[in-house]
Design a protein around this ligand. Structure first.
Ligand code: AMP
Ligand code: ZN
Ligand code: FE
Ligand code: FE
Length: 273
């Protein structure tokens, strides 16, 4: 079984590379791609652990692009993780994540919610290539007892337009497609049903988009079929996976249940290293 969308502790997943590989093996996944947000820091370690279990690891990433001040997640597969322009771009993305968290943290303090954001973690994150995100602030709000759940932290403070919200700065989805191509990979638009980014698909296809993520836990059978036929009409490939963030991440655990059909992977595999 094939799962081309999983996260680790290098971004907002709960599983270390080693734990992730154990979970993948247990779920009988034989081909995977680690798609952490704005970092490839975990790819080599996952691959090293996966080898012994005969799990194939495709180089992957989930890059946050911005369009009309809304986030659009873009997946990249089979690129060169050492490509200089990509490496520079991702470091900039992570620096902006830290800038944004610091500004959001200041807003929380001003709101009378003086949480700790693990200063060491923020300071050492770049050395390890770790991508920080709002879940860090949500966890801090929860730990301090200001909210009763991560979801409440987003609903009341951190979500789009919330009192502690600070917009992201970033590249457009089309820029991300071009960057992934420069690095030798293929680009897929992540979970368009979740982001309600259907209107982006056609213009992005014209700009060189390679694939649509049709298989995702936020897509029901009807949505998956619709994205499949959309891809076929536009001459695009189909990707998919569980968007696994680890056990106890507060998300559905779709590892082993939301997978990419082997035929779709075979077509993708022809295009990647
Ligand atoms: P960031 O990358 O800093 O914009 O944070 C986005 C991440 O926050 C997402 O990838 C989710 O993991 C998490 N997130 C966003 N909205 C919610 C929500 N309503 N409840 C729980 N987690 C959320
Ligand atoms: Zn995530
Ligand atoms: Fe995503
Ligand atoms: Fe994801």
């Amino acid at each position: 079984m094939i799962d081309l969308h999983v996260h680790t502790t290098a971004s907002d997943g709960r599983s270390t590379p080693e734990e992730l590989v154990r979970q993948l093996a247990k779920a009988r996944i034989t081909v995977t791609a680690v798609t952490d947000h704005d970092t490839t820091a975990a790819v080599a370690e996952v691959r090293a652990h996966a080898e012994a279990r005969r799990i194939r690891v495709i180089t992957g990433i989930e890059i946050t692009a911005v369009r009309d001040s809304e986030d659009v997640h873009m997946l990249g597969y089979g690129f060169d993780p050492g490509h200089p322009a990509l490496v520079t771009f991702l470091a900039t993305q992570r620096a902006d994540r830290r800038r944004r968290l610091e500004e959001m943290h200041a807003k929380l303090v001003a709101l009378g919610l003086p949480v700790e954001i693990e200063p060491q973690m923020a300071a050492t994150a770049e050395k390890s290539g770790r991508a920080l995100g709002r879940p860090l602030l949500a966890a801090a709000l929860l730990k301090a007892g200001y909210v009763d759940s991560i979801a409440e932290a987003f609903d009341r403070y951190l979500g789009n337009g919330g009192p502690a919200f600070v917009p992201r700065r970033g590249a457009s989805p089309a820029d991300v497609v071009a960057l992934v191509h420069d690095a030798g990979g293929v680009a897929s638009i992540a979970h368009p049903g979740k982001l309600k980014s259907d209107a982006l698909i056609e213009p992005l296809a014209a700009a060189g988009l390679d694939a649509i993520e049709a298989y995702h836990p936020d897509h029901d059978a009807v949505a998956t079929a619709a994205y499949r036929s959309r891809a076929a009409k536009l001459g695009l490939l189909v990707t998919g996976g569980s968007d696994f963030h680890g056990r106890e991440s507060g998300r559905v655990d779709a590892m082993g249940t939301v997978t990419l059909p082997a035929d779709d992977f075979a077509q993708l595999a022809e295009r990647i290293r």
